[in-house]
Unconditional design. Structure first.
Length: 754
């Protein structure tokens, strides 16, 4: 590091030119990244739900796999000639498109389910010629343009409210919201962050450097992520995570480096030597900290979800870029600026109170006198905050899952008002018969009817759509007669049979339409019930292979897969972090203590997530009108991985200064007090920036980002206060020289009581 630092500061302008070129390229390429990101997400592994979707796409002639729901509200009853003509024009325009397999509506079926109670609202299902995933998302904007053009030609078309909703439109609107929230978050964050940095440094020039590093880290990282998205699916949620992590970590590392550089200047060191000394101390701490953060994000690559893997890849990229900037661009800037970094000097004189060490020295001495008492008080606080985690429910949230204020969200609200929102995300039960049998023979129909009756008996189910639920009050005999002449049945119900019976007649689909009182949280319970029935071998279902798919089933499969890998992820993060800290500090107790303290921070964060979101305590502060009833499975996994890594920033900052002082004096008590006093203002400023960066996203319109933003902000707050200000120094004081065993050499000078 010493040789590297000396070589770097000898050629600072070359480093600045290289980064200027990189920054210019990133400024052009980074804005293109959002359009390359994956909207749908999903799992990289085959699950029961994904197998079900694949069979539907392969074995059915016109399956209703990917579809849009088009809602229409008329100023008059749809029975009137003018509204009826407007609806017919819209349906005809949709049906003529080459990517539309069919349009199912009140006009084509006569089914009043497609009408609202006042007969002014209706909806249509538009089945698409699209493979599952983002290909359907590419059709959303063409369909929306088609609808606007069609209604523009209809007399009085502006009086009708037409909305496109469904899984793909909802996903697309989520990407739009996430992209906009990310850009708006950056705009709000930069001036507020500058205020904190000016307070921390007392100089505008010094305050500008961390912002330069943070913004450049985001731009370069997004450019790299956009390139990676060409080769591997990258979730849209990596946008917000890149903004949060890039700005937070970039500023964190810059604070440490710039603060240490100013300390070197205050000792009278010349600017280039000061920059080299800074790299030998703070630079080494930045690299160690970056490696510990790497562990958390790297562990996410073992997860099956595209969303979590994307965050892992994005986190690795942004931390690597932030570390690289902090040990190349930043020291080069410092070597060029020298004492100009303190301008304007009058501002520094007015803000000297912020850096006064007396308060922190007094606090450190208090801890040194009563370390066990401090450990007890801090432990009680963490225990109280952790308590709600024992009541956590993992699953899809019951509300606020889809962003409000979007076209797809308004369409979903219209369907809910009609009482048919369950049509958007049915539970899809696929029944496969063995070779030589048909789903339309009498024995198969008997089994299907038993299965349909069992599923329909669940109060959370509104209705079943299947071969044996085609007509109200249909009987087994009636369906046997109907399907005995299959060509005639297809002529009578062409769209239905194409969607619910495979071409070889060995597979048939049952759509379980959920009641409007059934939330996404309880929909997964319906999936579990359906899978229990599938394994129960009901009367007439012997020999049938029954699989359950659909949105809720896919979410449940992802949840079970992710939770099964969570213990491995935890063990990997804890083990790798422990080994790295043991090597860095040549100690056994220090890494064990760090792991325990970070685990306490994470557990308390989980407890607050459950309290605020799952139970709704204070949820209105974040724009929610009630509890979510469950926490999405990816959130605890991401929070653990990210928080565990970021918490190590402050751990490394604090321990590096304590170890540096201990190596110099050999006195643990004085070293702990010196390290706490020296890093107090840096950690406080860094934590304020982190809390601000993450806290902004706690007010985002996307619930997953709200959960992540709140969780990370709370974790940093706890870490910078209870953990690093109370528990860590109190533990270090209580353990004395044992902190540094076996890397410490025995000295003749002993501390009192040791």
């Amino acid at each position: 590091m010493d040789r590297y630092a000396r070589a770097l500061v000898r050629r600072p302008w070359a480093v600045l030119v290289v980064w200027a070129v990189i920054g210019a390229v990133a400024a052009v390429q980074a804005p293109k990244t959002p359009s390359r990101l994956n909207i749908r997400g999903g799992s990289t592994h085959h699950t029961e739900a994904s197998i079900t979707e694949a069979l539907l796409a392969e074995r059915f002639s016109r399956p209703i796999g990917e579809f849009f729901a088009v809602t229409m509200h008329s100023p008059e009853r749809l029975d009137e000639p003018e509204p009826r003509a407007a609806l017919d024009s819209l349906l005809a325009a949709l049906g003529r498109q080459p990517y539309v397999r069919g349009v199912i509506s009140y006009r084509s079926t006569g089914d009043t389910t497609f009408l609202s109670g006042d007969r002014r609202g209706t909806f249509a299902i538009v089945a698409l010629e699209a493979t599952p995933g983002d290909s359907a998302g590419a059709l959303v904007m063409p369909v929306r343009r088609l609808v606007r053009e069609t209604m523009g030609r209809v007399p009085g078309g502006e009086r009708y409210r037409v909305r496109i909703t469904g899984r793909a439109p909802l996903d697309l609107d989520v990407r739009t919201v996430v992209t906009r929230d990310s850009a708006e978050g950056e705009e709000r964050l930069l001036p507020l962050t500058l205020i904190i940095l000016v307070l921390a440094f007392g100089a505008l020039v010094a305050a500008a450097l961390p912002l330069i590093v943070g913004v450049l880290a985001i731009a370069v990282s997004l450019t790299i992520i956009g390139g990676l998205a060409r080769f591997t699916p990258m979730s849209v949620f990596v946008l917000n995570m890149t903004t949060m992590i890039g700005l937070g970590v970039g500023i964190d590392y810059s604070l440490l480096v710039v603060t240490r550089f100013r300390e070197e200047l205050a000792r009278g060191t010349r600017r280039r030597q000061a920059a080299a000394n800074t790299m030998a101390t703070a630079g080494r701490a930045v690299i160690t900290s970056g490696l510990t953060v790497f562990v958390g994000f790297g562990a996410l690559l073992l997860t099956p979800l595209i969303e979590t893997r994307s965050v892992g890849i994005g986190g690795l990229v942004v931390v690597a870029v932030a570390v690289t900037l902090s040990i190349t661009l930043l020291p080069a800037l410092l070597a060029v600026l020298g004492r100009e970094i303190d301008r304007p000097r009058w501002l520094a004189r007015r803000l000297t109170w912020y850096h006064a060490p007396q308060v922190w020295e007094k606090w450190a001495r208090t801890l040194s006198r009563h370390p066990v008492r401090a450990l007890a008080y801090g432990g009680v606080i963490i225990a109280i905050l952790t308590l709600p985690v024992f009541y956590i429910r993992i699953g899809l949230p019951s509300r606020h899952w889809w962003p409000a204020g979007t076209e797809a969200g308004e369409g979903l609200d219209a369907l809910s008002a009609m009482g048919v929102a369950g049509f958007i995300q049915p539970v899809r039960v696929l029944v496969q018969l063995p070779e030589g049998r048909s789903a339309t023979d009498a024995a198969a129909l008997r089994g299907l009817m038993t299965l349909a009756d069992s599923l329909g008996a669940d109060p959370r189910v509104r209705e079943i759509r299947s071969l044996v639920n085609l007509e109200p009050h249909g009987s087994l005999l009636g369906y046997s007669v109907l399907y005995s002449d299959l060509p005639a049945a297809r002529a009578r119900f062409p769209d239905f049979l194409d969607a619910y019976l495979s071409t070889d007649r060995r597979l048939t689909l049952m759509d379980v339409i959920l009641a409007d009182t059934t939330s996404l949280t309880t929909a997964t319970d319906v999936v579990l019930h359906a899978r229990q029935l599938a394994r129960a071998q009901l009367r007439g279902t012997k020999g049938m292979t029954i699989t359950v798919g659909g949105y809720s089933a896919a979410a449940l499969d992802f949840q079970e897969d992710l939770l099964a890998r969570f213990p491995l992820l935890v063990a990997l993060i804890l083990g790798a972090t422990g080994v790295m800290l043991a090597v860095a500090f040549r100690s056994v107790l220090v890494p064990l203590k760090a792991i325990v303290m970070n685990t306490l921070s994470v557990s308390a964060t989980f407890g607050l997530l459950v309290l605020v979101f799952q139970y709704g305590v204070g949820a209105r502060l974040f724009g929610l009108d009630g509890p979510t009833s469950a926490i999405f499975v990816a959130v605890p996994v991401l929070v653990f991985a990210v928080v565990f890594g970021l918490s190590m920033d402050y751990e490394v900052f604090l321990l590096s200064r304590i170890k540096e002082a201990f190596d110099r004096s050999g006195r643990n008590t004085e070293a702990t007090m010196e390290g706490l006093s020296a890093t107090a203002s840096v950690i406080t400023s860094a934590a304020l920036v982190m809390i601000l960066v993450f806290g902004i996203f706690a007010f985002a319109r996307s619930l997953p980002m709200q959960l992540m933003g709140f969780g990370l902000a709370v974790a940093v707050l706890l870490d910078a206060t209870v953990i690093r200000r109370v528990l860590v120094p109190a533990f270090m004081q209580a353990m004395g020289r044992w902190n540094w065993w076996p890397g410490v050499r025995r000295r003749r000078t002993k501390e009192p009581g040791l």
